[in-house]
Design a protein around this ligand. Structure first.
Ligand code: UT7
Length: 329
């Protein structure tokens, strides 16, 4: 039988746009207040893309750093996957736009749509390609500019989202290192709870769709919250079981940054102290596919990840979807 290669992360990068939107500023835009936002979500500020910055521009900045830290030239890249729900345009894919910007001429390129779970779904996809030898490396980017699809007159959603990008290079690593397990899942029945209807083939863009706000995110926050707490629990248990690890062996927990209360409920279930959990929802809010890589890369940059550490990544989002992974750094 063919021996499968071990696959892990060999380079990291991240980018957030300069412009910061604070809770105080949101107070001047909708009927909300800093106390409500902080106590219900943990968010204090978020970064917003400049008018001339699209998702591929955010992705590019993170990608350049990740390639540099992996010591890999763009020409040697073999695969690019961009996880996003805010592509530059319907097609070509943001990954193809990025391929051209990077000069990654040899690389196959495609986008992956799994909302906030997209980064973990993309890691699993890349692992499959690399462990079987079809490709030797891949650039995986979670990038979203949710500000472009957020209704800044809707207080239920506009306080929650931000823009950013996180990137990793994935390649072969020594045996015993890298991704040990994945748990991916979907509950299409809950798709109605979190969606953007306008502009697709069922509801093409028209004056009416614009008037009805169908080009903005719609979310039933309470129901998504319940789903999130449930699957953060079940997915972490399942992915630990598949990896043959106990929750006490987790050195760093890297959850999707949507709401501090959802993160805290997962930490309780895993008996994890705060120093073993990455939390940056206060600075960046929910950046969708960028959220987990932004948290991971920030932890790496802060020196919180050592060789041999066991990490657990877990996210949930539109679809509905979830994705979790256990990896050894
Ligand atoms: O990446 C995955 C995507 N989404 C998520 O993870 C979101 C999951 N859901 C959540 O994080 C929470 O449900 C929210 C933060 C969205 C809402 O928190 P909640 O504790 O579930 O609040 P709620 O929806 O039960 O609303 C409580 C009250 C409502 O007023 P009434 O109906 O009780 O009078 C809202 O109208 O808070 C009101 N409210 C606000 N008040 C001030 C909602 N948004 C705001 C706001 N400022 N921005």
């Amino acid at each position: 039988m063919m021996k499968l290669r071990s696959v892990g992360i060999i380079g990291t990068g991240k980018y957030v746009p300069e412009r910061v939107l604070t809770n105080a500023e949101l107070e001047t835009m909708v009927e909300t207040n800093d106390e409500w936002i902080v106590s219900r979500t943990g968010i204090r500020e978020r970064h917003i893309a400049a008018p001339n910055q699209a998702t591929s521009d955010l992705a590019y900045e993170a990608a350049v750093q990740a390639l540099k830290s992996a010591g890999l030239a763009a020409e040697d890249l073999e695969l690019i996957i961009v996880a996003t729900v805010t592509p530059d345009m319907t097609f070509p894919s943001t990954a193809c736009i990025l391929q051209e910007k990077l000069g990654a001429k040899k690389a196959a390129a495609f986008d992956l749509s799994a909302a906030c779970s997209g980064f973990v779904y993309s890691l699993a996809t890349a692992k499959g390609f690399i462990q079987t030898g079809m490709y030797n490396n891949a650039l995986i980017i979670g990038a979203d500019a949710l500000s472009r699809i957020t209704d800044y007159t809707d207080r239920n959603t506009c306080v929650l989202f931000g823009d950013g990008a996180g990137a990793v290079v994935v390649g072969e690593v020594p045996e015993g290192r890298g991704f040990l397990s994945f748990d991916l899942g979907a509950e299409g029945a809950g798709g109605e709870l979190l969606k953007l209807e306008g502009g697709g083939s069922r509801c093409p863009a028209s004056e009416e769709t614009v008037r009805d706000g169908k080009h903005f995110i719609y979310m039933n926050g309470r129901e998504v919250f319940k789903f999130a707490v449930r699957v953060m629990g079940t997915a972490t248990e399942e992915v630990l079981r598949k990896a043959g690890k106990d929750k006490s062996e987790i050195d760093l927990f890297v959850p999707h940054q949507a709401n501090i209360r959802i993160i805290q409920s997962a930490m309780q279930r895993l008996d994890l102290p705060e120093e073993k959990c990455v939390i940056n929802v206060d600075k960046y809010a929910n950046t969708s596919a960028a959220s987990i890589p932004l948290a991971l890369v920030e932890a790496v940059e802060e020196g919180r990840v050592k060789e041999g550490d066991t990490l657990l990544l877990v996210g949930f989002g539109g679809g509905l979807t979830w994705g979790a992974s256990v990896l050894v750094w």
